[in-house]
Write a protein that binds this ligand. Sequence first.
Ligand code: ATP
Ligand code: MG
Length: 402
Amino acid sequence: MEPLFLIGSKVIQTIKQQGYEAYFVGGAVRDFLLQRPVHDIDITTSAPVELIEQLFEVTVPLGKEHGTVIVRMEERSFEVTTFRSVSDGRNTLLEDLQKRDFTINAMAMNENMELIDPYDFCRDLENQLIRAVENGTERFVEDPLRMLRACRFSSQLNFEIEKKTLDAIIECRSLIEKAAVERVITEFDKLVKARSYSRGLHYLLSLGLTQHLSFLKGKEQALEDLAAMQLQNLCSLEEVWAAFLFVDQTEQELLNYLKAVKKSKSFVQQVIRLLGALNTYENSGWSNELLYEIGLENSLKLGRLLFTLQPEENHVHNEQALIRWHNELPIKSRRDLNLNGQLLVQSFQKEQGAWIEQLLVKAEKAVLAQTVANDPKELIAWLMKEREFNDEGEAFGDAVRK
Ligand code: ATP
Ligand code: MG
């Protein structure tokens, strides 16, 4: 048995020893049956949360108001939830399963990994179908996010959404406007990260859900384009978002957009940096300066992005070629520059000021362009000459203006 299920079985046994029922349920059962990796395990039980809290040494009261508590055992977490009930009062496993979103997520398993599937939902799993439990319309009115979850599961599992469920989504689609943006983005991110993202994105588009999601409205063409790209080449969500947002937009527009979808500050910075690098690339292609400025890690991200956006030009964006190129840069960071502020002050006999940074940047660029060697004497001599030239230029400019 998989270690995670093995530890989970101990959680179930501990609860059962108190005379209550407990089962593995939901996504963990689905993924186990599909022989997919299981990352998190949900357990459903007839025991009240208070008892669960007493029973285990370490628990986290996350979502206690919904009857959920996290149980920590052997450094793993298990989400333990008291049976959800359709009607108040009679809480049973059967009722709990009926309250779940899709049939493929509404099966249970005991601690011996024996399937408990009273409604024969495993048929949908075999037929690779996403079907709302009972009445789709009612399920989506109860929680509109489920419509997005349907698209996300189709993307993760490469399953089809069943006809009546599709009709119910079309009927209820405007309700998605009510869903919390954080929950929506979590589903969208899972959808684009999954193997069959193209299928999931086409469902979003064809079901008209995009028209009711403010962050996707008007971006239908960009989504179509994204669906056609080879996103499996990308290694991070930042890269996927950059590929999605790669159209003419100002930095401020991008900032506002990403803030509105409640992305973290570091995520926003990463996407904006990547899009900035893409812009630089569009203007002047790969250069020593670009690789230096964004560093190796971002250069590799940019390479993957370009390969995804312009697959026909793949040779330039090859990972090994970029690593070699970066390795051969005359300098890789400011620390490698054989020049510093002190030397500049001594040589130019001027008080410290903003001019130092300006000259350092100038020197960096010259070394990267291989105009000057990375040698203190040569750099100072070159900078002095440049200054004379600029002073003359300025004087000339002044004369003309006068
Ligand atoms: P994954 O963990 O891979 O994202 P999952 O199916 O496990 O997928 P969770 O969000 O972890 O999804 O939820 C666990 C289970 O709880 C689901 O399989 C489903 O049975 C039930 N569930 C989750 N969200 C909802 C919802 N919005 N409505 C009804 N049931 C839900
Ligand atoms: Mg889960």
